[in-house]
Ligand binder design. Structure first.
Ligand code: J2J
Length: 549
């Protein structure tokens, strides 16, 4: 299960050759680059975890710690190709564990701290995970109980490793052991093999997993670093949940470590916490979703902390309005870069030398000259230059298919390997992309992606519900919120919105997927062809102006 070809479509040989010849795929691995940095500059600080007591790792310390953890995982039978569900908040152990698994060739499956029983049980069973790594408690939730439950339902799951008080599970602190002597190490993972499985935002009942290789992902890091000016002096603050593709790789903690800089884990995105860290750790760069960027710009005016070290803030994950974008630079006193990326691959950035107007009105250019972009109509025909249409893409770091999902892949990718992003974009004369909307059935709640179908399935399990339809409604702060239209079962007793919300939570879905609002209706509007009209429902919620392409 280590090469994408075994479990997902991979790049055809002629593409792989081209990407190697162009120098995009350099035959590096995550495990090897960390070792190289540790050899080149052992005493530089790689990682800082400020809470509750400030901990730092030099490159040498991180590398040694990763070696010992990798040896410990191996001693417990975790080997190349095994899947390990990794659900840690922004703490140093997330980096240690990820690199230990990279070094073995075992695949981290990046769960988010907000995920609950429904998501975790699915990730563990679908990937046949052998281990699950958790904090003891986080944000008021005890992950150990969830682990016990999931262990009971996942026969492959042999280990639960806990950061902190382990309860009935294994303390992560007990895992590290002496690595084998030089020469006696097991075979190393290869650059063309999978490094991890990333989560897709999803448009279907269950989340899809994205198979990323060392070669392709390291290229996206190198490209991101060059565009953002990441180097050994960069001090990057990881504000968003670190497992997300954006804070991991655009340029994120992985890009920062690749460049030999310092990644600082932020325990909370609140300005009070983040601003204090920016001052104390002399942070130079960070990445935010638009709602957070709004809060930061509003708070910065009256803030007492010294934010002058900050040079660049990247904003992406959801549409950043021009009005909001114009407020960032004056408020935070640093450059803004917009980023429009996706865990499947393609990442676009505005450039540091772009005119300011371009930075505040577009979502940037692709990383690579070999990122192929097509903007097409509903029949997959190219639209005229400058018109908007569906964005299709393929390239040296965009996957050719999801992991173990052949049927879905046939719809989500064209026959010649372009990924159907589901985004509606147009291209400016300079080649910059502007995101105009979305064709995929997905809700973007302030950067958190929600597949309506997944929420609908949960609501439908309620005995008093006849049918449900979940749609996005515009929201001035989050961009979009969720609204569930529910048709009660005839004769069912009176239903309250709170009953539906509580029920979704009890189904074990992450809190961000619980519908923000619930409305009871007798019927859904239908389109001409008899399908439920989600546009009709959106218009019913907000008036006709809210309907989108
Ligand atoms: C509008 N929509 C955007 C933007 C993403 C960097 C940055 C973001 C992600 C990410 C990422 C947008 N304006 N600036 O992985 O490396 C929406 C699009 C896109 C989807 C992907 C990265 N930036 N989006 O958000 O996999 O709809 O990745 O297809 O979570 O987010 O979501 P995700």
């Amino acid at each position: 299960a280590t090469t994408p070809g075994a479990d997902a479509p991979t790049w055809p040989a002629e593409f792989a050759e081209r990407y190697r010849a162009a120098g995009y795929w350099r035959g590096e691995t995550f495990g090897a680059f960390l070792r190289e940095r540790a050899t080149a500059h052992p005493d530089r600080i790689a990682l800082i975890d400020p809470a509750p007591d400030r901990r730092t790792w030099t490159y040498r310390q991180l590398d040694e710690r990763v070696d010992r953890l990798a040896a410990g995982f191996r001693a417990r039978g975790i080997t190349r190709g095994d899947r390990v569900v990794l659900q840690l908040p922004n703490i140093g152990e997330l980096v240690e564990v990820a690199f230990a698994l990279f070094r073995i060739g075992a695949l981290p499956v990046y769960a988010l701290p907000a995920h609950r029983r429904s998501e975790i049980a699915y990730f563990c069973s679908f990937t046949e995970a052998v281990a699950y790594v958790i904090p003891d408690r986080h944000a008021g939730f005890d992950h150990r109980g969830l682990a016990t439950l999931v262990r009971g339902t996942t026969p492959t799951l042999r280990h639960v490793f806990v950061v902190g008080d382990p309860g009935e599970h294994t303390p992560l602190a007990d895992v590290p052991c002496d690595p084998p002597a030089a020469g006696a190490e097991p075979e190393r993972p290869q650059p063309h093999e999978l490094a991890f499985l990333q989560l897709s935002g999803g448009t279907t009942g269950v989340p899809k997993l994205i198979p990323r290789t060392h070669d392709d992902y390291l290229y996206s890091l190198r490209g991101s670093n060059e565009i953002c000016g990441v180097d050994a002096d960069t001090r990057f603050l990881v504000v968003l949940p670190a497992a997300h593709n954006f804070p991991a790789s655009s340029p994120g903690w992985l890009g920062t470590l690749y460049a030999g800089g310092t990644a600082v884990m932020c325990p909370s995105p609140e300005p009070a916490t983040a601003f204090a860290l920016i001052e104390r750790e002399r942070i130079t760069m960070t990445g935010l979703v638009p709602p957070l960027a709004l809060v930061w710009t509003d708070t910065a005016a009256g803030a007492e902390e010294d934010l002058s070290s900050l040079r660049l803030v990247l904003v992406g994950g959801a549409k950043y309005s021009e009005a909001a974008a114009r407020r960032l630079r004056p408020a935070l006193g640093c450059d803004l870069m917009q980023v429009f990326g996706m865990a499947e691959g393609l990442v676009n950035y505005t450039r540091l030398d772009d005119p300011y107007e371009t930075v505040v009105t577009t979502q940037g250019l692709p990383i690579s000259p070999d990122d192929e972009i097509r903007i097409v109509d509903d029949g997959d025909e190219d639209v005229p230059e400058g018109a908007f249409g569906h964005l299709l893409t393929r390239g040296p770091y965009t996957v050719r298919g999801y992991w173990r999902a052949p049927e879905h892949n046939a719809r989500a990718f064209t026959e010649d390997g372009f990924y159907r992003t589901g985004d509606i974009v147009r291209r400016t004369p300079t080649g910059h992309l502007v995101v105009e909307g979305r064709a995929k059935d997905q809700i973007n709640r302030g950067g958190e992606k929600i597949a309506p179908e997944e929420v609908e399935n949960a609501v439908l399990r309620h005995p008093c519900v006849h049918d449900v339809c979940v749609v996005a409604v515009p929201d001035p702060y989050l961009g979009e919120r969720t609204l569930a239209y529910v048709i009660p079962r005839p004769g069912a007793g009176p239903l309250e919105p709170v009953t539906i919300k509580r029920f979704v939570r009890e189904q074990g879905l992450a809190a961000y997927k619980v519908p923000d609002r619930v409305r009871f209706v007798e019927a859904f509007p239908h389109t001409g062809v008899g399908k439920i009209s989600k546009n009709g429902l959106r218009s019913a919620a907000t008036g006709p102006a809210a309907a989108r392409p």
